[in-house]
Design a protein around this ligand. Structure first.
Ligand code: NAD
Ligand code: TDX
Length: 328
């Protein structure tokens, strides 16, 4: 798998190792600012191995893919705000990196699963009765989402033109342990823990469809196990909430007044709403989310950040400096 030292990837390694203790998991990760080998601490080194390297390095990718049974591709440049200030790493990793993996799985005829996002479909109006499905047309808004859309198109073309054995999943916003402090939920929790005020972009009416990271990953395992080749699956857990509601809930759980935050300038091109219809995954593969109560999922996540200050404190100053420069 790629990107196993990042947020979702490292949680995937833990879950996969627990559910399939016989699997040998080889991780390829560049260890960018978003990757941390400590995220894999405590895992059995005879079962989980990390190779530091770039998914754009075709010789390295060739060597690793040759010896595996399946490739699960999590690695990406993943943060929208970064894509607005420096888009090139997004084009390189998300598009050229995916191309490099696809060429290797084509050469060695390996099973491939592609991790993607709901952001490839653009955004919805707040009152739109429709949600994103596997048939929603692509309409990405940001450099991040457009490079993820580009990578999805490469996978679809490699399936149709070369017959590779692949599946794609498009998931909504994840939360849970090990998420970088640049992202919305960890940024606000860690601000509060440091005595700083949380920062809400614009009016805070933007809606995200929150899913616990373990539910995303259990869906990926279900697709690997039972998914139909060439198919795309939407992953979501009916977790729609606007940013203001999420922030107020975090403040309340952490014993702060509900209005103890700052409104800051909005993200350019900010998508208004994402919402996922995961019926296909549920009906065809029998998948169900476990974390259906957002309040308890977010409370456990807050506890994790309280108890793991040494994990996030070294990341905080530099992340906030970048936001300060952006006025956000
Ligand atoms: P992350 O930024 O936390 O982790 C990304 C990982 O990829 C890091 O370990 C990083 O070192 C590695 N990486 C980056 N560039 C690389 C390269 N060129 N070669 C090798 N490794 C490289 O990201 P995340 O939030 O865990 O997201 C993982 C995947 O899930 C991404 O594909 C993302 O688009 C997708 N996704 C994320 C969310 C979300 O809410 N975070 C939702 C839906 C889909
Ligand atoms: O400080 C903040 N204040 C704020 O109001 C930050 C960092 C964000 N926001 C808003 C912007 C979004 O509406 O919160 C929402 C969530 O922001 P992010 O955590 O940056 O996530 P988003 O842009 O929605 O994208 C995430 O979900 C889909 C992941 O980062 C992507 O990798 C994934 O594809």
């Amino acid at each position: 798998m790629t990107g196993g030292a990042g947020f979702i990837g490292s949680n995937f390694v833990r879950l996969a190792n627990k559910q399939n203790p016989d699997w040998q998991i080889e991780i390829l990760d560049k260890l960018t600012y978003a990757g941390n080998p400590q995220n894999l601490d405590g895992l059995d080194p005879t079962k989980v191995h990390l190779t530091k390297g770039d998914i754009c390095d075709n010789e390295l990718v060739d060597t690793l893919v040759k010896d595996c049974d399946a490739v699960i591709h999590f690695a990406a440049e993943s943060h929208n705000d970064n894509s607005l200030t420096s888009p090139w790493p997004f084009v390189e990793t998300n598009i050229v990196g995916t191309y490099t993996l696809l060429e290797a799985v084509r050469k060695y005829e390996k099973r491939y699963h592609h991790i993607s996002t709901d952001e490839v479909y653009g955004d919805l109006e707040l009152d739109d009765p429709h949600k994103f499905t596997e048939d929603t047309p692509y309409m990405p808004s940001s450099p991040y989402s457009s490079t993820k859309a580009g990578s999805d198109h490469l996978v679809r073309a490699w399936i149709r033109s070369f017959g590779i054995q692949a599946t794609i999943s498009n998931c909504s916003n994840n939360y849970g342990p090990y998420q970088h402090v640049e992202k919305f939920i960890p940024r606000q929790i860690t601000n509060i823990l440091l005595g700083d005020r949380p920062k809400l972009y614009g009016s805070g009416e933007n809606v995200r469809d929150w899913i616990h990271v373990d539910d995303h990953n259990s869906a990926v395992l279900a697709i690997l196990d039972k998914g139909k080749l060439s198919e795309t699956y939407m992953i979501g857990a009916n977790g729609e909430k606007n940013n203001k509601e999420v922030l107020e809930q975090i403040l309340e759980i952490m014993g702060q007044p509900k209005d103890a935050y700052d409104h800051v300038s909005d993200r350019p091109g900010h998508d208004l709403r994402y919402a996922i219809d995961a019926s296909k995954l549920k009906n065809e593969l029998g998948w169900q989310p476990k974390y259906t109560d957002f309040a308890s999922g977010i409370t456990a996540t807050i506890e994790w950040y309280k108890n793991n200050r040494s994990w996030w404190e070294p990341l905080k100053a530099q992340t906030e400096k970048k936001y300060q420069e952006l006025g956000r």
